[in-house]
Design a protein around this ligand. Structure first.
Ligand code: ZN
Ligand code: ZN
Length: 352
């Protein structure tokens, strides 16, 4: 028998290792930057960190950390620990806006470190990070982390406008509602309506793009089998379209997991979560969020969330009857339904 395949010896293994060792740091850093920006989960970077000492050193190079993409920071609530916190901080210090935004949201809402959370979000917002601009707008609209008098509607509208200009659809929708209602800005119904139609058009474009990607991926994996697990994007069902809903930002899923866990529930006694499933923001003081004026059973951090949840879910279940039934039960117990809850603002059910 010929020895076409030579046995792997210590000697030729050492020779192969040497090939890696002679690659210059600059080239490896360039490759690692590409890998970090396209990471599909935090474990992609974690595995590289654990591979060998050299890769560990190079992955922690500020240039590589500054390029890591959003999915590299998609940490799950049950995996949250000091080292995850330190890693995010290190990436934020390296100038990564996505890390600044993610850590800012976690510090502001979950760790109730409002000052440092808001300043991290501001750091990302200065670099035109649209979700950070929008989140700061939500904080300004609600006066989150402060009292009712800390609301700054004009600042909220300005931040929303900047985020909308950068293509953030929720910000565009929020701005449309502000213009329609004269909330923090002079009322202009036509312009508000135009922005709401534009938000739907942008959303349609984004959903079409992502659904064609999903279809290609599914065709590759399962052939022509129907996808029974896909969720509808009901916002577009008004126009006769039926597409999978767009993915929320990973930090919104983290927030929701956090506040639905035992630790989160204990930390927000008397405070409610935004009822839109893709949001995860909690109140920072009692009765901060507006509630649905028809049924009074759901609460929203923003008009954008209210509008989306209405189309996706709530219009199917919202009914004043439920409220009357609850009021009857409360009255029987001697407590008036409306007397229990003080609402900061008049609420309007979104319809676009
Ligand atoms: Zn919300
Ligand atoms: Zn309702």
């Amino acid at each position: 028998m010929s020895s076409a395949k030579r046995p792997r010896t210590c000697r030729n293994f050492a020779a192969e290792s040497d090939l890696f060792d002679v690659l210059p740091d600059d080239l490896l850093i360039h490759l690692l930057c590409r890998l970090a920006s396209s990471a599909s989960s935090p474990s992609d970077l974690l595995n590289l960190l654990l591979t060998c000492k050299r890769l560990n050193r190079l992955v922690l190079h500020p240039l590589v950390l500054s390029k890591a993409g959003p999915k590299a920071f998609a940490v799950r609530m049950e995996k949250w620990c000091d080292s995850a916190h330190r890693f995010l901080k290190r990436c934020a210090d390296a100038g990564n806006s996505e890390a600044s935004y993610t850590l800012g949201m976690i510090r502001f809402y979950c760790l109730t470190n409002r000052g440092s959370g808001a300043s991290l979000m501001a750091k990302a917002a200065i670099k035109s990070h649209a979700p950070a601009l929008y989140s700061l707008a939500v904080i300004q609209f609600n006066g989150s982390g402060g009292s009712k008098s800390d609301k700054d509607l004009q600042a909220g509208v300005a931040l929303c406008a900047r985020a909308a200009f950068l293509g953030h659809v929720d910000a565009l929708r929020e701005l449309g509602h502000c213009l329609q209602d004269g909330y923090g800005v002079r009322r202009n119904s036509d312009e508000g309506r135009r922005l709401l139609i534009q938000a739907n058009a942008r959303e349609l474009a984004a959903v079409l793009l992502s659904s064609s990607r999903v279809r290609q991926q599914r065709h590759h994996q399962f052939g022509n089998l129907p996808d029974l697990t896909a969720t509808r994007c009901s916002l577009l069902s008004d126009f006769g379209c039926d597409f999978p809903a767009t993915e929320p930002h990973p930090v919104n899923l983290f927030l929701r997991e956090w506040f639905e866990s035992e630790r989160g529930v204990a930390g927000r006694v008397g405070l409610r979560l935004c009822s839109h499933g893709g949001c995860g923001r909690p109140e920072t003081r009692p009765h901060e969020f507006r509630r649905c004026s028809i049924c009074g059973t759901v609460n929203y951090c923003s008009r954008g969330c209210q509008s989306q949840d209405w189309k996706i879910r709530h219009k199917e279940e919202c009914t004043a009857v439920q409220r009357w039934q609850d009021a009857e039960v409360d009255n029987a117990g001697g407590v008036m339904f409306n007397a229990v809850e003080e609402v900061e603002d008049a609420n309007v059910v979104g319809t676009v």
